[in-house]
Ligand binder design. Structure first.
Ligand code: ATP
Length: 234
């Protein structure tokens, strides 16, 4: 697979609730590593995603532990060979879990850009379902001053949603392709990988119905959910 033309290497961010992490997320992380060849992939579990109107079902600590297991972080090199993070390029950043109140991506990226300076392009990884609603995000236009976006297809979601005129014009003007040099911020590209059509909602629903989640979630995460009796709805 050809990788994107970026010197220096980008830093890639993957935000989500991960309630719990599933093979769709694993495929997204893998796609970012192979297609963007980043210096690092920083996973940002959300604290209190303001658009959901409810807290995540599992605690922050459980969600982080499941992410570690699901992405194969911190394994010794022999066991890490088949893990997504075989080269140790992924890390979890818990800053959004520690923040009081609503979690805004704008605040997170402002903080991180100040820490990294302008030496590297940023990519915010995002599914096409979430990207189609970017105009509902806090200060969404200003996000393009801080980062680029890498959009990955979410199977089963509308590939040509009805965007408003203004949003559509803004998004279309910012689209670029992976053979173009990438600025530090301001554009978006499509990744080529198509992750499996899995959602955390479907995983939780299967657990509520006492169905197997083995096809949806890495085995280590299945075992963790079992052991800690997570998502056992009455
Ligand atoms: P829920 O079902 O609880 O809403 P989710 O499965 O959408 O959860 P999130 O943690 O909210 O998972 O997703 C984080 C990010 O990963 C979002 O940008 C989302 O679009 C993307 N994503 C999640 N699952 C997939 C998938 N199967 N294919 C492509 N993108 C995905």
């Amino acid at each position: 697979m050809t990788s994107i033309l970026t010197v220096p290497q980008p830093i890639v961010f993957f935000g989500g609730t991960f309630d719990p992490v599933h093979f769709g997320h694993v495929a997204v992380a893998h796609a970012a590593l192979t297609e963007l060849e980043p210096k690092s992939l920083i996973v940002l579990p959300a604290g209190n995603p303001y658009q959901r109107g409810r807290a995540p079902f599992a605690s922050a600590q459980h969600r982080v532990e499941m992410l570690r297991l699901g992405l194969g972080l911190g394994l010794d090199p022999v066991n890490a060979i088949n893990a997504v993070d075989a080269n140790g390029n992924i890390r979890i950043d818990e800053r959004e879990l520690k923040r009081e109140g609503a979690t805004y991506t704008f605040d997170t990226l402002t903080e991180i850009r100040a820490e990294f300076g302008n030496a590297h392009p940023f990519f915010w990884l995002i599914g096409s379902d979430a990207f189609a609603k970017l105009d509902t995000w806090h200060r969404w236009r200003d996000l393009f001053k801080l980062t680029n976006f890498a959009v990955i297809m979410r199977a089963g979601t509308d590939s040509s949603p009805e965007w408003g005129v203004e949003f559509s014009a803004e998004i279309r003007s910012r689209e670029t392709t992976s053979d173009q040099p990438v600025p530090n911020a301001g554009v978006w590209i499509s990744l080529k990988t198509l992750p499996p059509p899995i959602s955390s909602t479907a995983v939780r629903a299967a657990l509520a119905n006492h169905e197997s989640i083995r096809a949806m979630v890495p085995l280590s995460v299945c075992d963790y959910i079992d052991k800690h009796h997570l998502y056992r709805f009455a």
